[in-house]
Design a protein around this ligand. Structure first.
Ligand code: SIN
Length: 349
């Protein structure tokens, strides 16, 4: 009884001292005793997954789906933390962050690998694809395998390709219906020499800008137009600064999913298998949902009534195609003839 009273007095005086002198009680808290859960925490693997688009885009939704699958299939021993909207790294520094293992996964647009790996330029060719089926054949067939193999010396491991959608042109000043409408205009572009050549072929100039600086530069009219998927245009509110959107489907924007090579090698075969299967299931999912999401965002753009939507007729499409043909000749120097031939075979099938 006496011992109990002494202990109570000791605790009471401690709390009183903390209250009066402002001690932080947490400083005096002892570490928790050993238990199994603590040990489990040490074994937990955290994958930081950084990307630059909104959570509601195909990539944002796919990253969430992938995280859920991995966490469920590993009982939470692998957790995937998603950093959307470039909140951790923007598209200009996320590859370096991955190489230094500051993040463990990213999914940049394939265009953003073209400077370091010129063969990736093949995917940016105007009118490279005229259907989703053709895009799939390239990503999941021999072109995709060739491109993934290109990365082997880079400390980045290519895990596969994810889908977004066909790119559309937007402009502040006028409807872009004919190649001549591009003359003298200034556009934002991703860091891909093919995209630069594409705008040059249309007599337009470009500035290379990160994705999350595009809205701002459209707003101050440093650039008058840009190209993107309807999902990216809608979720980045570009319709607030652009009066016209042409459904041109002149190029395709998709992603390569990358992980840090050393991080990957340090995972157990079992962990690697679960990540690979979760990624494969997410890829199946995004292949279908990216189409629905872009269609839904096009409908939303129409609903805003602040941007006019224009469709090209058959004749106009042919004129655009013809104007952009010279881009192929220049690009072949970087991709090699073989890849272009493979692309043409996909088109013929
Ligand atoms: C993205 O979808 O990741 C961004 C594409 C862009 O930079 O336009």
């Amino acid at each position: 009884m006496r011992t109990f009273a002494l202990i109570a007095l000791f605790i009471f005086s401690g709390v009183l001292a903390a209250f009066v002198f402002g001690f932080d009680l947490k400083d005096t808290v002892q570490p928790l005793e050993y238990d199994d859960e603590q040990e489990g925490l040490e074994d937990q693997v955290v994958i930081k997954f950084s990307h630059v688009t909104s959570e509601h885009t195909p990539k944002g939704l796919a990253a969430r789906k992938f995280a859920e699958l991995v966490e469920a299939r590993t009982n939470g021993t692998i957790s995937v933390e998603i950093y959307a909207n470039g909140s951790l790294y923007n598209d200009q520094d996320e590859q370096q962050a991955l190489k230094e293992n500051r993040v463990q996964m990213i999914a940049p647009a394939t265009s953003k690998l073209t400077s370091q790996f010129p063969k990736f330029q093949i995917l940016d060719l105007p009118y490279a694809f005229s259907s989703y089926k053709e895009v799939r054949k390239a990503y999941e067939g021999s072109i995709g395998r060739t491109l993934l193999a290109e990365l082997h010396t880079s400390e980045m491991k290519g895990m596969g390709f994810w889908y977004n959608g066909f790119k559309q042109m937007t402009s502040r000043t006028k409807a872009l219906l004919h190649p001549a409408d591009f003359e003298q205009m200034h556009f934002r572009r991703m860091p891909s020499p093919v995209i630069e050549r594409q705008f040059q072929a249309l007599d337009a100039s470009t500035s290379l800008l990160p994705f999350n600086k595009t809205y701002q530069n459209l707003n101050v009219e440093f650039i008058q137009g840009q190209e993107n998927t309807t999902s990216n245009i809608y979720t980045k509110k570009m319709y607030e600064t652009q009066d016209h959107l042409t459904v041109s489907n002149h190029g395709y924007l998709g992603y390569i999913v990358l992980t840090n090579e050393t991080f990957w090698k340090n995972l157990s075969p079992e962990q690697q298998k679960i990540i690979e299967s979760s990624l494969a299931d997410t890829t199946d999912w995004i292949r279908r949902h990216s189409i629905e999401t872009n269609d839904a965002h096009l409908r939303e753009l129409k609903r805003t009534e602040s941007i006019s939507i224009h469709y090209l007729d058959k004749e106009q499409q042919e004129i655009w195609r013809h104007a952009l043909e010279p881009v192929y000749i220049e690009t072949e120097k970087f991709t090699g003839r073989e890849l272009i031939q493979e692309l043409n075979q996909i088109k013929d099938q």
